[in-house]
Design a protein around this ligand. Structure first.
Ligand code: GDP
Length: 196
């Protein structure tokens, strides 16, 4: 079955988003201890498509670095080897990402979310970004903050150039979810599959 793959660091709200995409039908636990999911988890969407939840990557307190590396390798290998993936959803914590990316850059490293986003593009998975937790961003700082989110992913600001790619959402309040879900359905239609 064709797959839509979901990637993101741990704790960005992937489980919350899966609930929204599957309209609560998927058995996912929100706020579970990070690092518990070690393997991809498959959720069937209307018998036609599968939503694949990849383990959360990146730093998690109390989890050894070699484990983080293993998770990243697992994700990269999966995405390189599978040939039935329609596209990827990359979930980021829009509130936290700019500061995290800045920290990596100060250390002279490429922010892990930029690396992942660029990798998804390189392997042709045409990622759609769910920039989650926007309820935590002050309205007055929103535009500037979203520009910083775009930059953290290696996209030139202004972020509004990327409205087909970058979707500010809140899985908590539901803001932006209608637009995001519509964009998902649009991609599914374009790939020649019925809406789920
Ligand atoms: P996962 O580890 O990526 O699967 O993330 P979860 O869905 O388990 O969410 C991690 C934490 O972030 C939980 O405490 C959620 O309640 C919280 N969370 C998820 N989405 C949002 C959001 O849009 N806004 C806020 N403020 N918190 C969120």
């Amino acid at each position: 079955m064709p797959e839509i793959v979901l990637v993101g660091r741990s704790n960005v709200g992937k489980s919350s988003l899966i609930r929204a995409i599957t309209r609560g039908a998927a058995d996912v636990r929100v706020g579970k201890r990070p690092g518990v999911t070690r393997k991809p988890v498959f959720h069937e969407l209307d018998g036609e498509l599968v939503l694949v939840d990849m383990p959360g990557f990146g730093f998690m307190s109390g989890v050894p670095r070699r484990y983080q590396e293993r998770v990243k390798d697992l994700i990269v290998r999966y995405l390189e080897e599978k040939d039935n993936i329609l596209f990827a959803i990359h979930v980021v914590d829009a509130k936290a990402l700019p500061e995290i990316a800045e920290r990596w850059e100060r250390r002279g490293e490429i922010p892990i979310d930029r690396e992942m986003f660029q990798f998804l593009n390189e392997v042709g998975l045409d990622p759609i970004v769910a920039a989650n937790k926007i309820d935590k961003i002050k309205p007055i700082e929103f535009e500037e903050h979203m520009d910083a989110v775009a930059e953290a992913l290696g996209l030139f600001p202004p972020w509004r150039q990327w409205l087909d790619t970058l979707f500010p959402i809140s899985a908590k309040t539901g803001e932006g979810l209608v637009e995001f879900l519509e964009a998902l359905q649009e991609r599914v239609r374009k790939a020649g599959y019925p809406e789920f």
